[in-house]
Design a protein around this ligand. Sequence first.
Ligand SMILES: *Cc1c(COP(=O)(O)O)cnc(C)c1O
Length: 400
Amino acid sequence: MLESIPTPCYVLEQDKLNYNLEILSRVQNLSGAKILLALKGYAFWRRFEKLREILSGSTASGLYEARLGFEEIGGFKQGKEVCVFSPAYKEVDSLLPFATHIIFNSFHQLARFAPLVKEHNKNAEFSISIGLRINPLYSEVETELYNPCARFSRLGITPDSFEKGLQKYGSEILQNIEGLHFHTHCEQDSTALAHTLPYVEKHFGAYFKGLKWLNFGGGHHITRYDYDENLLIKLIQDFKAHHHLEVFLEPGEAVGWQVGFLIASVVDIVENEKQIAILDVSASAHMPDCLEMPYRPSVYKVSKGAIEADKGEQSARYCYRFGAHTCLAGDVIGDFSFDSKLEIGDRVVFCDMLHYTIVKNTTFNGVELPSLGVIERDENGMENFKILKTFDFSDYKERN
Ligand SMILES: *Cc1c(COP(=O)(O)O)cnc(C)c1O
């Protein structure tokens, strides 16, 4: 089958997604937490049927993701959550038809937008719940790029800023909120959550009174084979029993973990000290984490029906650097080696390429693409600005 798939192609293996969903279903049932899909990490909505049955909703970082979650997983009418967090909102009006939860990242934005949300709630079928994102000053994430508690982080209100916010706006402002949110994990086991919760309680426990929910964010690597699921379940049960709050988890990666691959073809092989295979995929455009992390994906080659796994950088007889067919010098996926020769026309399979890849094909987090415009002179020699092209939700949705 691998040789008949047109390349390049991201391929979902439905059985593997179902397997992850079974695990998440069990955790959800036993822990009593609601599990939402973080669309930032996995938004392959063309096969959301089973996911929609099992998960409790979606987590979005802005309008486009919120609308996608609402359309493809469901909104309040279907009993699903659409939980929105953004580091800053230019406006919230456009979110109101879709969101069930809106989480602000500062007291300033809370003060500015809470009246609009409350006004909406007066006449709406469904009341949107407001929350604040906090920074508990504890994270075990080692890569700075992915650490929301790194020094100078803009993500979440620190205990200090929380105090200052209350002084500036008055403690009555907390009457607007029903929940708190922290997101401090990335590919973590439940032990990291066990270490984090005491910081959340220590710095923010005083504000739990009167709240309805606490969102434990994403980064829980629940579907990894060695993840301690029972500890997670116990932590949530204990937390719920102690604080009487509803708990949300919003994993992205754990949903799309090892559910499919990206398949490429070898277009040419050139030589410059090393053998360099030029493929019809790009790290920069299709597997950006290979450059950002950076990390080295698991790779198979498929030659004339025979599948062979990569043996390591220089471990086997035939070594190749895999590069993209782009003109960016650094668009290199890594060095790989095999016992048999790689030929032009062979296939290369990059494993585990469904999460954090498709979503990053230029509209990461559902951010709108910048418009294209021009400043040019008219007949009178006056400079004018003109918009040539704008992009919208469908440009985002259709890429996933
Ligand atoms: C990225 C992100 C998630 C999902 O994280 P994963 O590591 O993919 O599980 C959840 N919530 C927020 C706020 C995020 O920024």
